[in-house]
Write a protein that binds this ligand. Structure first.
Ligand code: SAH
Ligand code: SF4
Length: 405
């Protein structure tokens, strides 16, 4: 894990203490995250999964079977550029070595248990992993151009329980591993036949990633970071960090590290501008309140005028959608290179909120716009197949461990 230095500030005793506290908190989060680790990448027959290994790990795995490090570059190309899952198709590798690799390794994909395509062409995949756990991934094609976003899950379930979110009603089962995170993207690509990876500016259908599916990505930081580094590697999938956005409900201690280590775009699930309301609808706010969250956004290393932070704001009728709320919102984020994404509430079975009226949405958006922030309204996509924001949930359940009989 790369060490991250504290943001440049005056070296007073206070800032030193704050940095030490943040560091301790970060260690605590990483340790807790390890308790929900995914299963190992070794199959019952002893073969090892290659997807999800860093280049260094792949080289190590090859050395262990007596192969030279330069093979990593070859394998990486076949796996991540060509999208090949069968060693026999690796034509630059001699047959005997192909057979040896197939005996020791596997290049897997999560199994698509169901695939549903919405009447607006949004496609939702329910992926089943090796241990039977499941998570959902959504491909949202652009309405006008041949490109689109893949919304990727980071956990099975979520520890947080935002009151408007369907995933939040499902307990955290476990974190997804790097292989499962990269695997969601690769399997979605299989579904559109988008291999080999389009290079550079060549148009591609699966052109952006939003880490906005099930779970809190900053509570599974190490697997997310490993997966994103694989996806950004220029000799493979080669997606630019500018095309990846991570959404967090506000896990402040991990935000700096995400910005300096990955440099990807950040989206903040803000949803309320007063601590009393945010405490209620985004309970993580009790730990990391609004002022601290906004301060962490101001120092986010990868933000600039060209790469603005997105504030996501779900519009709940009569709860957080008043004009006073809109004015407070623009006061809070003044000076941050930001845009505000207004999200109409998407209902799910058992939810009790109502979406804001069109008029209220328009009034709210106007105030934000007048203050100089872009305020696109996120059109719900895939509602008919429960694929829209906040509608994802699976039947996966946490096994009862260490429970008395
Ligand atoms: N845990 C992370 C990422 C996943 S949620 C986070 O909370 O940011 C992705 C986005 O969907 C968040 O902005 C979330 O607040 C929003 N969302 C959740 N439930 C929703 C619903 N019912 N309707 C619309 N958006 C919702
Ligand atoms: Fe978890 Fe995000 Fe849903 Fe909140 S909105 S419960 S953090 S997935």
């Amino acid at each position: 894990m790369t060490a991250v230095s504290a943001p440049a500030t005056q070296h007073t005793a206070d800032t030193g203490l704050a940095a030490a506290l943040t560091d301790a908190e970060r260690q605590r989060i990483l340790a807790k995250s390890a308790l929900f680790a995914p299963p190992s990448g070794v199959l019952p027959d002893g073969r090892r999964e290659l997807v999800g290994l860093s280049r260094e790990e792949m080289t190590q795995a090859l050395l262990e079977i007596g192969e030279k490090p330069f093979r990593t570059k070859q394998l990486w190309h076949w796996i991540y550029h060509q999208g090949v899952t069968d060693f026999e198709r690796m034509s630059s590798i001699a047959r005997p070595l192909q057979a040896k690799l197939a005996e020791r390794f596997v290049i897997g994909r999560p199994e698509a248990a169901t695939v549903q395509t919405s009447n607006d062409d949004t496609r939702k995949f329910l992926f089943r992993f090796r241990d039977g756990q499941e998570a959902e991934t959504v491909y949202i094609p652009d309405r006008r151009e041949d490109r689109g976003a893949v919304c990727i899950s980071s956990q099975v379930g979520c520890t947080l329980s935002c009151t408007f979110c369907h995933t939040g009603t499902q307990k955290l089962v476990r974190n997804l591993g790097a292989a499962e995170i990269v695997g969601q993207f690769m399997a979605a690509r299989d579904s559109y036949g988008e291999w080999p990876s389009p290079r550079g500016e060549t148009p591609r259908l699966l052109s952006t990633i939003v880490l906005m599916g099930m779970g809190e990505p900053l509570y599974n930081y190490e697997n997310i970071a490993k997966a994103m580094k694989i996806i950004m590697d220029g000799e493979g999938i080669g997606l630019s960090r500018r095309r990846i956005t991570l959404s967090t409900s506000g896990v402040i201690p991990m935000m700096d590290q995400c910005g300096s280590e990955l440099g990807i775009n950040l989206a903040i699930s803000l949803h309320a501008v007063r601590n009393d309301l945010r405490d209620e609808i985004v309970p993580l706010n009790r730990k990391y309140p609004i002022e601290e969250l906004i301060a962490a956004c101001r120092r986010y290393p990868a933000a600039s005028n060209a790469r603005r932070i997105t504030f996501e704001y779900i519009m709940l009728r009569g709860i957080n959608d008043s004009e006073a709320d809109a004015r407070e919102l623009v006061r809070l984020i003044a000076g941050i290179p930001a845009k505000v994404n207004l999200i109409p509430f998407n209902p799910w079975p058992g939810s009790s909120y109502k979406p804001s009226t069109r008029e209220q949405l328009a009034k709210f958006a106007q105030i934000v716009m007048d203050a100089g922030f872009a305020s696109p309204i996120r059109m719900p996509r895939g509602r008919d197949i429960l694929a829209a924001c906040g509608q994802l949930r699976t039947e996966s359940q946490r096994e009862r461990r260490n429970q008395p009989a």
